[in-house]
Design a protein around this ligand. Structure first.
Ligand SMILES: [Zn+2]
Length: 337
């Protein structure tokens, strides 16, 4: 009884006494749409924020994305830093993790996920950077597992030496190393396509396919497709024919069943620009129709979508609420084909 009362109190404090707007009623069914949310003030703030904004899923970093989540263990000499086992990370605070999981369950938030640290480069030709990246990802999976998250999204990495084929091989080797070190409580991995800025791998779908085919256990790795990245990489999602063509290419390379998340972002830059700049839904070069095709596609109805659009306020609401509402309108108003 006491437990139930405290849960009710918790629920009230999350939603607050302020007037609930339409957006603040969390939908208990698809489409599953959320945004990448800040963990400032504690990782357990994110599920509260998702509920407040009316989202039924969300994405987080489990630690600062600009700081390595691992450091060399005590007394480890620099020359051994290429060995992933030398690196040590830290667990999520147990109380915060428990509260996070409880909030996710209480509010029926569907498949929240984590995004990995930006410093990870699984394609690195530098052995120390490669070893540290492997270790960082192992700890990312562990931390996400503690929070009950299903996946950690990671970019394949950059071919800093310009040799794309060898770089793809190194990514697969890194993932196999991560796999050997993971435990069953850990989250799974999700490879994300990229815009192909600089030497970044993964802008072509077949890059992802070539990594997956080298994995000892490919079942353990899924794929997240970012609409902005795909468009910037040259995949034209703006027309129904373009959408079908991109789907055929996804089916022929990585397989549609591998796609377990979408990053729904519009693009500030043109088709094929290879520049990664996210824009609000319908306000970029990609345009609103791309999202109409996606939201109307029964193949992806159960697949969660995460906004990574610019933050800030837009009139009386936040841009996150505006983008969420825009995607929900797309779902409610399917295109005529
Ligand atoms: Zn993304």
């Amino acid at each position: 009884m006491a437990k139930r009362q405290s849960r009710e109190r918790l629920g009230r404090s999350i939603l607050g006494s302020s007037r609930r707007t339409e957006a603040q009623i969390v939908s208990a069914g698809p489409p599953w749409i959320g945004a990448h949310l800040s963990i400032a003030g504690g990782v357990d703030r994110a599920p509260q924020e998702a509920v407040r904004l009316g989202m039924n899923t969300f994405q987080v970093f489990t630690a600062s994305p600009q700081i390595w989540p691992v450091r060399p263990g005590p007394g480890r000499a620099r020359r051994s830093w290429g060995d992933p086992d030398v690196w040590q990370g830290s667990c999520v605070d147990a109380d915060q993790a428990a509260r996070f999981r409880q909030l996710v369950a209480q509010h029926g938030l569907y498949r929240p996920i984590a995004h990995s640290c930006y410093l990870v480069n699984l394609a690195a030709s530098d052995r120390q950077l490669w070893g540290r990246s492997v270790a960082a990802l192992v700890w990312e999976l562990r931390r996400a597992g503690q929070l009950g998250l299903t996946h950690v999204v990671v970019h394949p990495g950059a071919a800093t030496d310009g040799d794309e084929q060898q770089a793809l091989v190194r990514v697969a080797e890194a993932l196999n190393e991560v796999f050997r070190r993971r435990s069953n409580e850990d989250a799974r991995l999700m490879l994300e396509n990229t815009a192909g800025q600089g030497n970044c791998l993964g802008w072509r779908f077949d890059h992802l396919a070539r990594i997956l085919e080298r994995l000892d256990d490919p079942d353990w790795v899924d794929v997240c497709i970012d609409t902005c990245h795909a468009f910037a990489a040259g995949y034209d999602l703006r027309t129904p024919e373009g959408w079908q063509q991109v789907k055929r290419e996804l089916a022929a390379t990585i397989g549609l069943e591998k796609i377990q998340a979408w990053h729904t972002n519009d693009s500030k830059r043109e088709l094929g620009s290879r520049v990664d700049r996210h824009e609000h839904i319908g306000k970029g070069h990609l345009g609103i129709n791309a999202f109409r095709w996606l939201l109307a596609d029964p193949r992806f109805r159960q697949i969660p979508m995460y906004l990574e659009t610019p933050k800030g306020r837009h009139g009386r609401r936040s841009w996150d609420e505006w983008n969420l509402r825009t995607l929900r309108k797309c779902a409610a108003d399917p295109p005529e084909t």
